[in-house]
Ligand binder design. Structure first.
Ligand SMILES: O=C1O[C@H](COP(=O)(O)O)[C@@H](O)[C@H](O)[C@H]1O
Length: 260
């Protein structure tokens, strides 16, 4: 488990731009040292803000987009192309504008696909896809993700791991179906905490005053069942990327030096 590091930016625009620059550097470094990079995308306002900032960054051309594997941390279980799907939103923000290898883009299943209404079967299928991509050198049944992005919800949820729901208690499967999520839509697919923790780096994104309480709770010793964001960490790094509003309720002792 890596100890959380916090970086606080002036506002959400700067946070998105700085996170995008950080991600470009991380991907370029991974491609230089291992030949390719593996990134897990998040949905939500901050995740899409990062992707939109990346689309605008001139340095995006430093990335070899054909040598990147893209996975998702969660998905809203809706028909393909639905505007509320995280995959659709990521395509609009960035993915349609860069020359990805379609074989290396791994969206979670849609509700009008092979598994129909059976979200648990859809989750199993995604777990199988992850297992096929995991090499023997990887820890467990998922590939060694270089960076796993998570937007933090105002209720401390990350991916589709909501407080107290069964998915956040899952210790075996890397992917599960979610029924009855408090945020619409109620049916979702999500990576579990063990899968999230297998990533080399986990970056949690939170901007805006509506996230301030969640950030303070998750970083002040809350349990992961009550505050799922508290249980999200990477093997070598856990980075909380915040704006000043989201950091505003942090205890002074946690507030990083040299912050706005
Ligand atoms: O529904 C979701 O919400 C969270 C957070 O979204 P935000 O808009 O409050 O930033 C996101 O992390 C998750 O991927 C998504 O499915």
């Amino acid at each position: 488990m890596s100890t959380p590091q916090l970086v606080v930016h002036r506002d959400k625009e700067l946070m998105a731009q700085a996170a995008a620059a950080r991600l470009i550097t991380k991907v370029v470094d991974a491609q230089a040292s291992r030949g390719s990079a593996s990134v897990v995308l998040t949905g939500g306002r901050n995740g899409n803000g990062l992707l939109a900032a990346l689309a605008e960054a001139p340095a995006r051309d430093a990335v070899d987009w054909s040598r990147i594997d893209l996975w998702w941390g969660d998905e809203r279980y809706l028909p393909e192309g639905d505007p509320e799907r995280n995959h659709t939103q990521a395509r609009e923000a960035l993915l349609d504008a860069v020359p990805l290898d379609p074989e290396r883009v791994h969206p979670m299943p849609a509700s009008d696909g092979a598994y129909g209404a059976d979200v648990d079967a859809a989750a199993e299928a995604y777990a199988a896809e992850l297992a096929r991509a995991a090499g023997p050198e990887n820890h467990g049944a998922v590939p060694a993700f270089d960076v796993l992005l998570l937007g933090v919800g105002p209720d401390t949820h990350v991916a589709s791991l909501f407080p107290e729901l069964p998915a956040v208690r899952e210790t075996e499967s890397p992917v599960v179906g979610v029924h009855g999520a408090p945020k619409p839509p109620p049916t979702r697919v999500t990576l579990t905490l063990p899968a999230i923790r297998s990533a080399r780096e986990v970056w949690l994104l939170a901007a805006g005053e509506d996230k301030a309480r969640a950030v303070a709770i998750a970083l002040s010793g809350a349990g992961e069942i009550q505050a799922p964001a508290a249980g999200a960490y990477g093997r070598s790094r856990t980075l909380w990327l915040l704006d000043a509003a989201a950091a505003s309720q942090l205890p002074r002792s946690l507030y990083p030096p040299a912050s706005p």
